[in-house]
Write a new protein. Structure first.
Length: 424
């Protein structure tokens, strides 16, 4: 961007003084559909009531309802108020925010105040995404429209860089900042992104559980429209400056009308979900390397096995949880989506590569994935790989063990129990 003024340049000067160099040793964790990112996104959704993974996501999480509730937002395209110049040094934002949490509309107002006044703003909107405050606005510097979104939430603290996509740094105050620039929103297969849409992302995880995610796109929408500029309007440094402003107010875990979709529903032991997975799979398989994640009061259960039908060992995994009901296809999640006659939303993707670079030709691991969203909020996703793990291992067979049709049949079996948080 050129000629930035008001609050953003001041933030930029402060934040670039403290930015640490990106680590060349960080391993790409996968985006959008990577298992690790899906786990983080799902955990955030369950803990805060959030992908994602993006969520990261662009991350992140699959098929979540875009806006729940409709808090008042400024009229699209209305002039922003004078931007605030109050900032804090990026190494010290672990202190409490200066203002009350407010509403998603307040978050939108804060976002618009921090933007340079010469940018044209339109299509402003705000709402709750689960327990997150979500705000978005389309901005244009005369070189093309660019969607800018922000999510703020308070959840359990992130322990470090493990499982986060992109460049990641643990700062002296204990906060974790992760970012990536101008990545395709569907990096695994260019044919899935005919619009040429890219995003640049900055996320900051604070030691006290506050999380802010800022996404910028080179198009006026996240998906489904042609890009309007070659790259995103904002750089990583500019988004970092926005994210580290002390003007953001983070909702408490108890704030918001969509507190924890799994609240009021009993937990389900991870061992039970694991046994259900084993029982619904065909007989004659060899089962090894059981794995679990989530469970307890987290509100989601994830389990997996490496199975072998005599043609090669391959991972199969399932995630079950309650979510804010999904009623339509949103452009997030798997490549294909349909709404069934019973109101369930079904998504599926075939042969998704697990890397977007030369490592894909080396390891050759692909996945079939399905998601089943019931009208009452139950959600199950199943993934089948053609190798024993998603990353860092070579494929063992030409195709995943199960097709998407088979996965949908397995996901629809009546034996699944969907875990809640065990909280009222």
């Amino acid at each position: 961007m050129n000629n930035l003024n008001d609050s953003l340049p001041d933030l930029m000067r402060r934040v670039t003084d403290d930015l640490e160099p990106e680590s060349p040793d960080l391993v790409e964790r996968g985006i959008q559909r990577g298992v690790t990112l899906r786990r983080r996104r799902t955990a955030l959704l369950s803990l805060s009531g959030a992908g994602a993974a993006l969520a990261t996501a662009g991350i992140i999480i699959g098929g979540s309802q875009l806006f729940a509730g409709n808090p008042a937002a400024p009229v699209a395209g209305s002039p922003s108020t004078a931007p605030s110049t109050s900032t804090s040094a990026p190494g010290s934002p672990a202190t409490a925010p200066v203002s009350a949490p407010g509403t998603p509309a307040d978050t939108l107002n804060r976002l618009r105040r921090l933007l340079p006044q010469e940018l044209k703003q339109s299509s402003a909107n705000a709402g709750y995404r689960h327990n997150m405050h979500h705000a978005e606005v389309v901005v244009d510097d005369g070189r093309g429209a660019s969607l800018l979104t922000v999510n703020v939430v308070t959840t359990k603290p992130n322990p470090g860089c493990e499982g986060l996509h992109g460049s990641c740094t643990v700062r002296p105050d204990g906060s974790v900042i992760t970012s990536y620039a101008n990545e395709s929103i569907f990096p695994y297969d260019a044919s899935k992104n005919p619009w040429g849409i890219k995003n640049t992302v900055v996320e900051i995880f604070y030691p006290d559980g506050r999380l802010i995610s800022i996404y910028n796109y080179n198009a006026p929408k996240q998906i489904g429209v042609r890009n309007t500029r070659a790259n995103t309007l904002f750089s990583v440094q500019e988004l970092t400056a926005l994210a580290t402003s002390d003007q953001w107010a983070f909702p408490k875990e108890t704030d918001g009308p969509l507190r924890a979709p799994g609240n009021g529903k009993p937990t389900v032991p991870l061992a039970q979900t694991q046994q259900t997975l084993r029982s619904v799979l065909p007989s004659g398989l060899q089962f090894t390397r059981p794995e679990t994640w989530g469970g307890g009061t987290n509100g989601f259960n994830g389990v997996s096995y490496v199975v072998n039908d005599g043609k090669g060992a391959a991972r199969v995994e399932v995630l079950v949880q309650y979510e804010t009901p999904v009623t339509k296809c949103t452009g997030e999640g798997p490549q294909n989506c349909e709404v069934r006659a019973d109101g369930a939303v079904v998504g599926w993707s075939k042969n998704e590569p697990t890397y977007s670079d030369e490592r894909q030709s080396l390891n050759g691991v692909v996945a079939n994935r399905v998601e089943l969203h019931y009208p009452d909020g139950r959600m199950i996703t199943m993934t089948s790989y053609n190798g024993p793990q998603e990353k860092d291992a070579r494929h063992t067979r030409s195709k995943p063990v199960f097709s998407t049709d088979q996965l949908l049949e397995l996901a629809g079996k009546p034996g699944w129990k969907f875990p809640g948080t065990g909280k009222k």
